[in-house]
Ligand binder design. Structure first.
Ligand code: PLP
Length: 398
């Protein structure tokens, strides 16, 4: 077995392979100086909506823009409460705050790391009050209306959408999917007995095309998908200073457009996304098999029968995470932690008044999770080495 380094993520190879096609996009844009809007953006929006099985897609500057605009377009207002999970990237809660709302959390399912619908129900039933006249649910302690929920499809696997959408209908909540890590993930709905793509089930969904995501731009980019025409219209306004036509501003908006060059790059890459996601699934299956012997000392990702993950990350749990991460670093294997601090305990949210122990499952997972190398093109030899080194570390520990 060689001692070559194994990166956590290899972004170089794919760009070498696609170089000619990507350079063609750049040349086409330079030829007519079409940098903002235009056919490349529109073409990508159509392709990506089709890929997500959603009616509409609006190309945006980042996943954070997509979350913020989706929430505003879905009707979230200043003074609202929006519910999400504590184990996500801070962009989820930044978007909630920047839409004027206060983020509130419910704990996660320990096996899937996604929002636990039972905890969401508990929150709505025990800390809120339903007003049948206004058809609004109000948070008892603060008197604020709870208007939306943001399930995060973490690590490439969708949250339990049937249960979440059912509660959302019952309590008149908008559902904005944080699908930033889940381009192409699927969920099997019991309602119509078929698979649904991430970005097609909620009122709106946000995608990030940050370079390291399953579909990544060569810079910053994002998109919002929805089946709702009004949400689409509002997001188009919000991304472009509220303009319905040049210098006629229907509302005050933002500068949140998708670059034409990035849209062109994304269009090229989108054609490969199905293959790349399949390669990630195969790599995940190989890890599952290789780790089968060490169950008990190590937890592998859990994929419920209703989920088809696209394995943005392959996340394991071990008792002594610091030790394992150090061991892997020592032998040249890259790892990551997504994420080391649950958001309710992060400094930026001190003012929300949460304490250690408020969301024990998210806190426990933050202390034990480790993301190991996962990307299309990861070889079985590399995976065997990752697993061997991991087993060596935890066997000595045990
Ligand atoms: C990447 C990511 C975002 C933010 O996307 P940007 O394009 O970096 O703004 C939001 N939520 C989650 C879960 C993410 O992984």
């Amino acid at each position: 077995m060689s001692n070559e380094k194994i990166p956590f993520l290899d972004l170089v190879t794919v760009h070498r392979e696609l170089q000619d096609e990507l350079v063609d996009v750049l040349k086409a844009a330079l030829k007519n100086a079409g940098f903002i809007g235009g056919p490349m953006v529109q073409g990508f929006e159509e392709d990506f909506a089709r890929f997500c099985e959603a009616r509409f897609c609006v190309g945006l500057g980042s996943g954070t823009d997509a979350l913020r605009f989706a929430l505003i377009a879905a009707g979230v207002k200043s003074g609202d409460i929006v519910i999400t999970v504590p184990n996500t990237f801070i962009a989820t809660t930044e978007a909630i705050s920047q839409a004027g709302a206060r983020p509130d959390f419910v704990d996660i399912d320990p096996r899937t790391y996604a929002m636990d619908p039972g905890k969401l129900r508990e929150y709505l039933e025990h800390t809120c009050r339903w007003n049948p006249k206004t058809r609004q649910v109000t948070h008892n302690a603060t008197g604020k209306p709870v208007t939306a929920v943001v399930p995060v499809h973490l690590y490439g696997q969708m949250a339990d959408m049937d249960a979440i959408l059912d509660l959302a209908t019952q309590y008149n909540l908008k559902v904005v999917e944080d699908a930033c890590q889940a381009q192409g993930a699927e969920y099997f709905s019991q309602i119509d007995s078929r698979w649904h793509k991430a970005g097609s089930m909620g009122h709106a969904a946000a995608f990030s095309f940050y370079p390291g995501k399953n579909l990544g731009a060569c810079g910053e980019a994002g998109a919002m998908t929805t089946n709702d025409e009004q949400v689409t219209h509002t997001c188009r306004l919000l991304r472009d200073h509220g303009q319905s036509k040049k210098y006629f501003h229907d509302i005050e908006g933002y500068n949140g457009r998708l670059d034409a060059i990035q849209a062109g790059f994304l269009r090229v890459k989108l054609r490969h996304l199905g293959t790349w996601n399949e390669q990630r699934r195969q790599a995940a299956e190989r890890y599952d098999k290789l780790f089968a012997g060490v169950q008990g000392l190590l937890t592998v990702p859990h994929q419920p029968s209703w989920a088809r993950s696209v394995y943005h990350l392959y996340v394991i749990q071990v008792e002594d995470r610091a030790r394992l991460q150090q061991k892997l670093t020592d032998v040249g294997i890259g790892t990551g932690i997504h994420y080391p601090v649950a958001l309710h305990l992060t400094k930026a949210y001190e003012h929300l008044g949460y304490h250690v122990g408020d969301f024990p499952i998210a806190e426990r997972s933050a202390a034990h999770i480790l993301s190991i190398p996962m990307f299309p093109g990861l070889t079985s030899d590399q995976q065997e080495r990752v697993v061997t080194e991991t087993m060596k570390s935890i066997a000595v520990y045990g």
